[in-house]
Write a protein that binds this ligand. Structure first.
Ligand SMILES: [Zn+2]
Length: 391
């Protein structure tokens, strides 16, 4: 019985490398890596050295921030928020280095709707634009479709609720924490499941995806676990990086740069990733836009279109997507086998005589919808990670 269970688990958790004719990085790179930095416990002493290292390499990450202090706690305990003038100036300096600045919930405690919306207003005023994604903080009540609602079966949900009573209310219209109705007007993507595999895209090939069970939510994306310094060191080994390059993989690594990253081991793992010329190192918002662009292009090309419509909001990433024509076979009379192994998407579309029309369509139009099978696999990987590497 146990061995049957083990076989079933192996089958669910194994991830074959899928064919990847379209890649979210330019022809000169072998893989792409994004770091999403959860701002918990931010203090200059522990975190600034890590950003100084990244900036020396020109490596850009996604840095999350809190706009406000939690009225029930202190920044000394939770980490600084933008109410601290010195910190705000430093965050703006990081933006000038090219890091992406996004929200990690409005504050480190539960945020009623008004505070969440005020945080977005304030961040937009500070950055001159809205952020592209959000990473929910731990147990903040305003998270939507969170807690038990992340589980795809009634049995699992009841088990979860028996341990932790329903606390997440961002999608409950009667709650003062409700805000999912505004979410798509504020952000494009939200982080969900985390697991220990480095190739995030292999486990979650539909990302950024729409989930039919989470109406109004923006698109979801998964992440690889580099939570604390030691998790990152374990994930970003030279062997895993080599595997990622070989598979032309995509890694979105979830980290807390304030905790355990100022050690020699973590600093050298970070330097290895940031200094590798084969690795495209970009903020998650840019990477997710490239994946969304690939989804739109691929769907229309598969339908045989000679003119494809793509939301203009994704245009800035167009030149940074590439194609492996040899994996595409013959397209519109052009045999991919006769072409170089990698081309920019732009070049390839010209060769197959396909025109791009930039439209004002929403980036949420015609989404990639996650299958039940893929969601079950994500959940299994995520639960397994909670057991194997608890926080
Ligand atoms: Zn957090």
């Amino acid at each position: 019985m146990a061995s049957l269970g083990a076989i079933a688990l192996w089958f669910v958790l194994r991830v074959p490398t899928p064919p990847r004719p379209y890649l979210p990085f330019p022809p000169g790179k072998q893989c792409v890596l994004s770091i999403t930095d959860d701002t918990d416990y931010f203090q200059f002493a522990t975190t600034k050295p890590v950003y100084d290292l990244l900036n020396r390499f020109g490596a850009r990450v996604t840095k999350t921030v809190w706009v406000f202090d939690d009225p029930k706690s202190t920044p000394e305990k939770e980490g600084l928020s933008l109410t601290n003038r010195t910190y705000k100036d430093w965050v703006l300096e990081q933006k000038r280095y090219g890091h992406e600045i996004t929200l990690h919930s409005a504050a480190s405690g539960d945020d009623p709707r008004d505070r969440t919306l005020a945080a977005y207003d304030s961040l937009e005023a500070m950055l001159g634009e809205l952020p592209r994604l959000e990473i929910f903080h731990k147990a903040n009540k305003e998270a939507f479709y969170w807690g038990a609602e992340r589980l795809p079966s009634g049995v699992l949900r009841r088990l979860y609720e028996a341990r932790m009573s329903g606390r997440f209310e961002g999608n409950k219209p009667e709650s003062e924490y409700y805000w999912v109705d505004r979410a798509r007007s504020l952000i494009r993507y939200v982080r969900t499941y985390t697991f220990n595999d480095i190739d995030t895209w292999a486990v979650n090939p539909s990302m950024p995806y729409e989930d039919p069970s989470t109406p109004e939510a923006p698109l979801w994306f998964a992440s690889s676990n580099g939570r604390w310094g030691q998790d990152f060191v374990r994930l970003a080994t030279p062997a895993n990086l080599d595997r990622l390059k070989e598979a032309h993989g995509v890694s979105i690594i979830y980290v807390h740069l304030a905790t355990g990253f100022d050690t020699p081991e973590a600093m050298s793992a970070m330097a290895r990733c940031a200094g590798d010329a084969d690795v495209e190192f970009v903020p998650a918002g840019e990477l997710l836009d490239r994946l969304r662009l690939i989804q739109r292009v691929r769907t229309q090309l598969d339908q045989g279109a000679d003119r494809i419509r793509v939301p203009v909001a994704l245009r800035s990433e167009f030149a940074l997507v590439s194609v492996q024509p040899q994996e595409l076979g013959t397209v519109r009379g052009v045999d991919g086998k006769t072409l170089p192994s990698r081309l920019s998407l732009q070049d390839w579309l010209e060769r197959v005589d396909v025109e791009v029309e930039w439209t004002n369509d929403s980036i949420f139009a015609e989404p990639e919808v996650i299958s039940r099978w893929e969601k079950w696999r994500l959940v299994a990987k995520w639960l397994w990670t909670q057991v194997a590497t608890p926080t």
